[in-house]
Design a protein around this ligand. Structure first.
Ligand code: ADP
Ligand code: MG
Length: 395
């Protein structure tokens, strides 16, 4: 896992991020501003202690200048970054270019009530980097389009950009352009990522074969538990603004939800160990849904062993004890973990079995056997995908 201290999401880190320019989102001190107050300020930034700039004061070009100043480019494939009508890139010899895009909408993908803007920017970049990792590639150039309502201040938008720029710095990605416009409704952020992969190293969803081993990096279900915590505290706060959110002891799960990482390190680790995945996808919708994408694209089936699904102890305890849900359900249906789910040939088992960051959770079968889950009590059931679906808005 890539570690960096800047967004260390321990609870005091969480306060710190806000306390620089905004009121803390959640605070233990009852005399400090409450959540609702903060959220109001998050948007209007009507805070007497800091001078905030309405968007109208800068206008579109002024805003673009302010957001994109001090952006440096470092990749040799980037010939020109921000400033002209288009950026210019030149793929390295023998490399394929990967392109992907994600759209994040306020109220659909994130809730302004508990999403720190800096984290939102970071996550916007990360979810795009993760798609490139899932093709066995490296992210190189990022473009970001934003639609903002007049209720936002320049400083609030700058916070989003701090997060985007940080993600680019951490992952060695050049921020090469975007577009800026006003939005009549909520905040809209759309990012496009360009990546590279060596021609003979590309990995598609479609390459898995029966008997391949199914593997996943890291642990699953944590991001969903983080979301449940935030939703629970939001509801408690709405019911009684004098109740302060209970966020202590949940650093890891909040981090999984608010500040995910892209597993480029796993791409490197597999290459270092001479393991070439036969198919790969990133876990954005939940293990069940994403393994089905691999099965469908490869026209095969799978068997997942419930007991092999990697679940962090904090996810496990919270799911069972506080939310009364089966922990593996959080892993199967939660989503947003941004781990890599991939298949390897059986002959690569010896190479992968001692890699701590990767778990072998099952194997692939003939299409006629369907997609199965062997539960902890050794019953084989049909795997059902109930991952988060932005169109159905269900979980
Ligand atoms: P155009 O009118 O051709 O769309 P713009 O004035 O919108 O040009 O953009 C000028 C430059 O600033 C371009 O290089 C563009 O990629 C960049 N840019 C515009 N908005 C953003 C943004 N929100 N984030 C990053 N770069 C941006
Ligand atoms: Mg433009």
């Amino acid at each position: 896992m890539i570690k960096n201290e800047v967004f260390n999401l321990c609870i005091c880190g969480y306060f710190y991020i806000h306390s620089k320019q905004h009121r803390p989102l959640f605070t233990k001190n009852r005399h400090l501003p409450k959540l609702k107050y903060f959220c109001k300020n998050l948007i209007t930034m009507n805070d007497s202690n800091s001078k905030l700039t309405p968007l109208s004061e800068l206008g579109e070009f002024g805003l673009i200048d302010r957001l994109t100043s001090n952006i440096k480019i470092s990749n040799s494939s980037t010939l020109l970054g921000i400033g002209d009508d288009a950026a210019v890139i030149k793929p390295e010899k023998d490399m394929l270019t990967l392109v992907s895009k994600d759209l994040l909408l306020e109220g659909v993908h994130f809730d302004m009530m508990y999403t720190p803007l800096k984290h939102l920017g970071y996550k916007t970049a990360i979810v795009n980097f993760s798609d490139i990792a899932a093709m066995n590639g490296k992210p190189k150039q990022l473009l970001v389009g934003i639609g903002v309502g007049a209720k936002f201040s320049v400083e609030a938008i700058e916070e989003i950009y701090v997060g985007i720029k940080k993600a680019c710095e951490v992952y060695g990605v050049d921020f090469i352009g975007g577009d800026t416009t006003s939005s009549a409704s909520g905040l809209v952020i759309s990012a496009t990522i360009i990546g590279e992969v060596e021609k003979d190293k590309i990995v598609y969803r479609k390459g898995a074969k029966p008997n391949d081993l199914l593997c996943v990096s890291g642990d699953l279900g944590g991001a969903y538990m983080g979301l449940l915590i935030l939703e629970r505290e939001k509801k408690a706060f709405e019911a009684d603004p004098n109740i302060q959110p209970e966020l202590s002891e949940h650093d890891y799960l909040l981090q999984r939800q608010l500040k995910p990482e892209a597993r480029i390190d796993i791409v490197d680790l597999l290459a270092k160990n001479d393991i070439f995945p036969t198919s790969m996808i990133d876990v954005s919708d939940g293990l069940a849904s994403d393994v089905m994408h691999l099965c469908k694209a490869s026209n095969i089936g799978c068997v997942i062993s419930e007991e092999k699904i990697p679940i962090d102890q904090t996810t496990f305890d919270l799911a069972k004890e506080e939310f009364n849900i089966v922990p593996s359900v959080a892993a199967l249906n939660g989503g947003e973990d941004y781990e890599l789910l991939f298949t390897i040939k059986q002959s690569d088992y010896e190479k992968i079995k001692n890699i701590e960051e990767v778990s072998v959770i099952g194997y692939m079968t003939d299409a006629s056997e369907g997609e199965r889950l062997v539960t902890n009590d050794n019953t084989s059931i049909e795997l059902k995908a109930q991952g988060w679906d932005a169109l159905k808005r269900k979980l």
